[in-house]
Design a protein around this ligand. Structure first.
Ligand code: DC
Length: 211
């Protein structure tokens, strides 16, 4: 099984790079953040209290999530746009801190890769917990300002406000008890500040050759 694990904070360029890398290597790509967003969307839709750990974990075990290039479908409902709204974005860290949710998502991610004999998988705990034996583990980052500017270029908004929101989410993701965002053992740090997408891709392909 050939797995490339890409972790890092919000706005580091993980999705863009993971998608491009998967295309270059002829592998499929999985955005695991979209899975946590999908569970959050479902929980809000069902009116669950996000502090109700058991109810949210139980929902995570039963929800039908389809995450692919075609979009994100939650129990058959097209949630591709809805999972990127401010409402879901501000709630997702709480859902992602729920251990029951994480156990279920991890199982699904491992099953996804087994079915395909590998893939490029992107998230926060992929190299540290989900695929510790991945062929290559990358930790992508960039300065907070640049990460906020990239988000504004994609989706609009005020750069100062988005920088603050990103910092708050990073803090939450890095300090939760279960599988926090961290640089995995054996991972390579790639700082994408000031680099173009082709430059980052070249750097990663060189790392793969020497791996
Ligand atoms: O990458 P993103 O912004 O779409 O991720 C959404 C949230 O999900 C983010 O707050 C971190 C969390 N997440 C996680 O805890 N573990 C992952 N493997 C992927 C995302």
């Amino acid at each position: 099984m050939r797995v490339i694990a890409i972790d890092g904070p919000a706005g580091a360029g993980k999705s863009t790079i993971a998608r491009a890398l998967a295309a270059r290597l002829g592998l499929e790509y999985l955005d695991t953040g979209a899975m946590y967003r999908g569970v959050t969307f479902a929980a809000l839709r069902h009116g669950l209290l996000l502090d109700d750990i058991e109810a949210v974990a139980s929902l995570a075990r039963s929800v039908v999530l389809e995450v692919s290039d075609a979009g994100v479908f939650v129990d058959g409902v097209d949630a591709t746009a809805a999972i990127r709204t401010a409402e879901v974005t501000s709630a997702v860290s709480k859902v992602a801190a729920n251990s029951g949710v994480r156990t279920e998502m991890r199982d699904r991610q491992q099953q996804w890769a087994t079915e395909r004999d590998g893939g490029v998988v992107e998230g926060r705990d992929i190299g540290s917990v989900v695929f510790p034996d991945a062929e290559l583990k990358l930790y992508l980052t960039a300065s907070p300002r640049v990460r906020a500017e990239r988000r504004v270029a994609e989706a609009g908004g005020d750069v100062d406000e988005i920088e603050r929101a990103i910092a708050a989410r990073d803090h939450h993701d890095s300090n939760r008890a279960d599988s926090p965002l961290t640089e995995a053992d054996g991972s390579t740090l790639v700082d994408t500040t000031g680099l173009t997408i082709p430059e980052v891709l070249e750097q990663i392909l060189r790392l793969l050759e020497s791996a």
